[in-house]
Ligand binder design. Structure first.
Ligand code: NDP
Length: 450
C-alpha cells in the first residue's frame, strides 16, 4: 500500500534542512532559492513527493574533507583543508570546479555543488555535479609555492576522481596554471593520460574556447533574453563586476555584440570608464589580472579613469548588468539602485551573486533576471565538450565549439522559457530550477531507492 504523502511546505522543508546542516548559510540560501520554485511544481506531481526526491537531491552523495600539508619557500610547513563534495551523479560523472580562496568552507562548496546539479542538467550534456577546493589563498604566493600546494592537494584528491568518476575544473583562484600543476601530479601518480581534469592547456588535451566559455555564454544568454523581447545588446550600456576569467570574456563578448562595457571590479573596488572598454584596454586587464596578478586600480591609473575604492559598480547608470565576481555581491540596496536607474536586465555570470531579497526586487520591478545556473552554464558546457574531445582523442576547431556553445545557451534559454513562462512573462529562475530538476529527478526515480 502506498502511504499518501502530504504536500511539501517550504517552511517545514527548510526547517528540516537547516537542522540537518547547521550554520551552512550559503547552502541554505541556495536550497531555498530552488525549493521556493520547485515545491509548487512537485506538489502537483505526487511521484516526486512519494519518492522524496527533493530531500534526496539536497543531500550530497558524499563529502570528502582532507588535510593538505605543503612547504613554503622558507621551509615552513603549512596546513590547509581540502574538500570535494560529490553531489549527484545521476546523469553523468561528478563535474564541477575547484576553488582556492581563504573563504572556502563546507557551506560554500555545498551551495556550489547543489547549484551545479541544476546547471549541469540544463546543459543537455551527461554531467553530474560536484564542487571542491581549499581554504588556500594563492594571493602573494610564489610560483613554486602554488605548485607545491597543487601537488599536495592532488595527492589526496587523486584517490577520489577519474575520467568516469569525477572530473574537476577551475573556479575562483584556480586557472590554467593551477589545473596544469594538478593534471601533472595526477598523471604522475596514476601513470595514465586521461581527461580527468578540464580547463587544461591546449598542448595536453585542453579545448579551444574553454577559457572564454563562461563569459561568452553569459553574454549569449543575455542576447537570447533580449531577443525574446525583440531587443539586443547592440548599443546598450553594460556594467560588469569582477575582472577574472568570467568577467574578462563576458566583457569581450558584450563588445563583440555591440554593447559598451563601463565597469570592472576586483576585491579592492571598481573602475568606471565612461568611454567604454575596447580590445586594447581588455588586453591590458587580461594581462594585469591573469599574468601579473595586479590590482584593478592600476587600470584606472593607466587609462585615467575613476577608481572607486572598496565599492561595487551597481550605482553606475546602465541598461544591463552582469555580476561576474562572487556570491552575494549584489544586495537589495544595489538592486534598488539598478531599478531606479532603469536597468533592463541582469544576467548572473558568477554563482549566486544576487541575494534573495535583490532577486525579489528585480521580479517585482519586472526586470529580466537570469540565475547563474542558466547564464553561466557555458563554462561547464565546454568542459563537457573537452571531455568528449578527450574521449575521442580529437580537437574541434574554434568555430565549431563556439557554434556548439551558442546552441547550448539557446537550448538552456528555451528550457527556461518552456518551464518559466506565465502570462507572457518569463521567470528565468523558476524555469531554470524546474527544467534542471526534472531531468535529475526522473533519473533518480528510474534507479529506485539508492
Ligand atoms: P577568478 O578567480 O578568475 O576571478 C574572480 C574575480 O572576482 C576577481 O576579479 C576577484 O577579485 C573577484 N572577487 C573574488 N572574491 C571577491 C570578493 N569576496 N569580493 C569582491 N570581488 C571578489 O574567478 P572566475 O572568474 O573563474 O569566477 C567568478 C565567478 O564565476 C565565481 O562565482 C565562480 O564560481 C563563477 N563561475 C566560474 C566559472 C568558470 O568557468 N571560471 C564557471 C561558472 C561560474 P581579486 O582579483 O581581487 O581576487
Amino acid at each position: 500500500m502506498t502511504i499518501p504523502s502530504a504536500n511539501l511546505k517550504l517552511d517545514e522543508f527548510m526547517q528540516g534542512l537547516v537542522k540537518r546542516n547547521p550554520g551552512e548559510l550559503e547552502f541554505h540560501q541556495a536550497v531555498e532559492e530552488v525549493a521556493a520554485s520547485v515545491i509548487p511544481f512537485i506538489n502537483e506531481r505526487p511521484k516526486y513527493i512519494e519518492n522524496r526526491i527533493l530531500e534526496r537531491m539536497t543531500e550530497p552523495d558524499r563529502t570528502i574533507i582532507f588535510r593538505v600539508c605543503w612547504e613554503d619557500d622558507n621551509g615552513q610547513i603549512r596546513t590547509n583543508r581540502g574538500y570535494r563534495v560529490q553531489f549527484n551523479n545521476s546523469i553523468g560523472p561528478y563535474k564541477g570546479g575547484l576553488r582556492f580562496h581563504p573563504s572556502v568552507n563546507l557551506s560554500i562548496l555545498k551551495f556550489l555543488g547543489f547549484e551545479q546539479t541544476f546547471k549541469n542538467s540544463l546543459t543537455t550534456l551527461p554531467m553530474g555535479s560536484g564542487k571542491g577546493g581549499a581554504d588556500f589563498n594563492p594571493k602573494g604566493k610564489s610560483e613554486r609555492e602554488i605548485m607545491r600546494f597543487c601537488q599536495a592537494f592532488m595527492t589526496e584528491l587523486s584517490k577520489h576522481i577519474g575520467e568516469n568518476v569525477d572530473v574537476p575544473a577551475g573556479d575562483i583562484g584556480v586557472g590554467a596554471r593551477e589545473i596544469s600543476y594538478m593534471f601533472g601530479q595526477y598523471k604522475r601518480l596514476k601513470n595514465e593520460f586521461t581527461g580527468t581534469l578540464t580547463g587544461k592547456a591546449l598542448e595536453f588535451g585542453g579545448s579551444l574556447i574553454r577559457k572564454e566559455a563562461t563569459g561568452y555564454g553569459c553574454a549569449y544568454f543575455m542576447e537570447e533574453m533580449l531577443k525574446h523581447q525583440g531587443d539586443s545588446i547592440q548599443g546598450k550600456n553594460c556594467i560588469v563586476s569582477g575582472s577574472g576569467n568570467v568577467a574578462q570574456f563576458c566583457a569581450q563578448k558584450i563588445m563583440h555584440l555591440g554593447g559598451k562595457v563601463l565597469t570592472l571590479s576586483d576585491s579592492s573596488g571598481f573602475i568606471h570608464d565612461p568611454d567604454g572598454l575596447n580590445e586594447e584596454k581588455l588586453e591590458y586587464i587580461i594581462d594585469l589580472k591573469t599574468n601579473r596578478r595586479g590590482r584593478i586600480s592600476e587600470f584606472a591609473e593607466k587609462y585615467k579613469c575613476e577608481f572607486h575604492e572598496g565599492k561595487r559598480p551597481w550605482a553606475i547608470k546602465t541598461d544591463l548588468a552582469f555580476p561576474c565576481a562572487t556570491q552575494n555581491e549584489l544586495e537589495l540596496p544595489d538592486a534598488k539602485q539598478l531599478i531606479k536607474n532603469k536597468c533592463k536586465a541582469v544576467a548572473e555570470g558568477a554563482n549566486m551573486p544576487t541575494t534573495k531579497e535583490a532577486i525579489d526586487a528585480f521580479h517585482n520591478a519586472k526586470i529580466i533576471f537570469s540565475p547563474g545556473k542558466a547564464s553561466n552554464a557555458g563554462g561547464v558546457s565546454v568542459s563537457g565538450l573537452e571531455m568528449t574531445q578527450n574521449s575521442i582523442r580529437l580537437s574541434w576547431q574554434r568555430e565549431e565549439l563556439d557554434e556548439r556553445l551558442k546552441v547550448i545557451m539557446h537550448d538552456i534559454h528555451q528550457q527556461c522559457v518552456n518551464h518559466g513562462t506565465d502570462k507572457d512573462q518569463v521567470d528565468y529562475l523558476k524555469g531554470a530550477n524546474i527544467a534542471g530538476f526534472v531531468k535529475v529527478a526522473e533519473a533518480m526515480m528510474a534507479y529506485g531507492v539508492i
